[in-house]
Design a protein around this ligand. Structure first.
Ligand code: GLN
Length: 537
């Protein structure tokens, strides 16, 4: 039997942002994967930055890094966590990247003689980027999430490109539109008008959605579904309720209950009415919702009011906690609010603390005071990237008793730069995409907490940094009890530091949080939570 062609599913959003397009896309991907299809999910972002790597987390939330070193939108993290497969640069496209490619081609003379226009040149490049994943021949489904809200000026070329693609792909393409059905308290009713308007807006661009996913705070009754179906030209089964859930991990089951996967398959001519069990997913949810233990840990960072900034870290904690049947409450602590006098009060009742990644000097001294307290009081510590670097600074200042110690990122001309710019970074002047990015090998010392967690000697983890442990100081550190238990052999870079005399003191130069999924909670997060559970203080 010949393989049927790749099917393309386009997900648009209307009425307002933050309706959860990413989670709906990931949930549909999960359901199709569970039925044995191979699925990948792509995000199109309508901003002009080449990637979110240069954006402040206040603007964009976390920057998610893929194995191939792409700095991408945080929705790709959801795709990986739900589907347990890997994404790459091709899974995230921005307007900046589209224009850059077209303008480079123009300079090369590729369009010689022509006037370059949004249609067809920009739209062609968008279509090419959408089809790259399908053309690999690896996927039965490519789900493409279009960022922004229908009607935004920025989204127009994307909407036009997928309209054209539908024309080419015919029955191999499908549109899902996510909208809001608000509840008006004064009227005591759910309202369908915003949905009608947003579908009209899509129709003006030549797109008739096949399926409507309606975000709502209350159940949609049959009458509301009928009304939406009638006004928006879809059948009633294609009006899918997306009710607020207590956890994002409920959404695949909610979508299954609403029959989203079945409608999608039917509309794409792949009739399949069976329900898959999602056994492992349900077992994860069951453990998540019925924990046997309960602990509190701290997360020290500088974006405590912005939970999206550390999205992958908090999701990793959820995965690891659930696998150990433990509810892990995370107390967010702003590094700038910590000082030597309030530290024991700030960290009281915490079984362990994660010190977050970051850039720049804000909150550095609070992080260092935190780590000193954790080290001296034998409280589990997990430092990620800048969190590891601050642990190295703390140790040099307070154990090695070196003077004027810092990272050269914070104080360029300090006397003892125990964290220093990587050799390969010294001539780099451009900011975008120039850090040490993506997956690199790391070899572990067998006699370490890290090895105990991974249970293997060679690991691969993703990176995003410019500075590194300064090897000039390594023997001094190791003589005094801080050991480099993980190293990249090729470049002789220190990747993990530990203090063997401490119950669990682990600092990693990489970002383990990017690789934790529901199906595979990350070993180091599990190791950390286990250590917190063993902390009897
Ligand atoms: N700012 C540090 C560096 O560039 C740490 C980066 C991070 O925490 N991701 O090396």
């Amino acid at each position: 039997m010949s393989k049927s062609p790749t099917k393309y599913i386009f997900v648009t959003g209307g009425v307002t942002s933050s309706l959860g397009k990413g989670i709906i896309s990931a949930s549909l991907g999960k359901l199709l994967t569970a039925k044995g299809y191979s699925v990948t999910i792509q995000k199109l972002d309508p901003y002009i930055n080449i990637d979110p790597g240069t954006m402040n987390p206040y603007e964009h939330g976390e920057c998610y890094v893929t194995d191939d070193g792409a700095e991408t939108d945080l929705d790709l993290g959801h795709y990986e966590r739900f589907l347990n497969n890997r994404t790459s640069q091709a899974n995230n496209v921005t307007t900046g990247r589209i224009y850059q490619t077209v303008i480079n081609k123009e300079r090369n003379g590729d369009y010689l003689g022509k006037t370059i226009q949004i249609i067809p040149h920009i739209t062609d490049e968008i279509k090419r980027r959408i089809k790259i994943l399908g053309n690999t021949g690896k996927y039965d489904f490519v789900i493409t999430e279009i960022g922004g809200t229908v009607g935004d000026i920025e989204s127009l070329p994307y909407i036009e490109a997928v309209r054209q693609l539908k024309w080419e792909l015919e029955s191999d393409a499908l549109f899902i539109h996510l909208t809001l059905v608000p509840y008006l308290k004064a009227a005591g009713e759910l309202k369908t008008k915003p949905t009608q308007h947003s579908v009209k807006m899509l129709l003006e661009s030549g797109i008739q959605p096949d399926i409507l996913v309606c975000r709502t705070e209350y159940n949609l009754n049959s009458e509301i579904r009928r009304k939406i179906a009638l006004f928006c030209n879809v059948d009633k089964e294609s009006v899918i309720e997306s009710i607020d859930a207590s956890t994002i991990y409920d959404v695949p089951l909610l979508m299954q209950k609403e029959g989203l996967d079945k409608v999608v398959l039917r509309k794409l001519g792949l009739n399949d009415n069976t329900d898959v069990e999602l056994k492992e997913w349900k077992s994860f949810l069951n453990k998540l919702k019925n924990p046997k233990k309960n602990i509190q840990i701290g997360l020290v960072g500088k974006y405590t009011e912005l939970k999206d900034a550390y999205k992958s870290i908090t999701e990793s904690v959820i995965h690891a906690g659930a696998s150990l049947e433990c509810k892990v409450n995370v107390k967010w602590i702003h590094a700038e609010e910590i000082n030597k006098t309030n530290i024991s009060e700030k960290l009281s009742n915490l079984k362990g603390v994660i010190v977050a990644p970051g850039f720049g000097d804000r909150g550095i001294e609070g992080k260092i005071d935190t780590i000193k307290f954790l080290r001296e009081n034998n409280i589990p510590f997990f430092g990620i990237c800048l969190g590891m670097q601050t642990a190295v600074i703390e140790f040099a200042r307070n154990v090695l008793k070196l003077k004027d110690v810092n990272s050269s990122e914070i104080e360029e001309n300090c006397e003892n730069p125990v964290i220093d710019l990587m050799e390969g970074q010294k001539d780099v002047t451009q900011k975008g995409g120039t850090m040490r990015l993506g997956s690199y090998k790391c070899n572990l010392e067998e006699n370490s907490n890290s090895y105990k967690s991974y249970n293997k000697k060679e690991i691969n983890e993703r990176h995003r940094h410019r500075f590194e442990f300064n090897n000039k100081y390594l023997s001094d550190f190791e003589k005094n009890g801080m050991i480099a238990v993980g190293k990249n052999i090729e470049n002789n870079l220190v990747e993990i530091i530990e203090i063997p005399s401490h119950p669990w003191f682990v600092g990693v130069q990489f970002h383990p949080e990017y690789k934790s999924t529901v199906a595979n909670p990350h070993p180091l997060f599990k190791g950390f939570i286990e250590a917190c559970l063993s902390n009897k203080k």
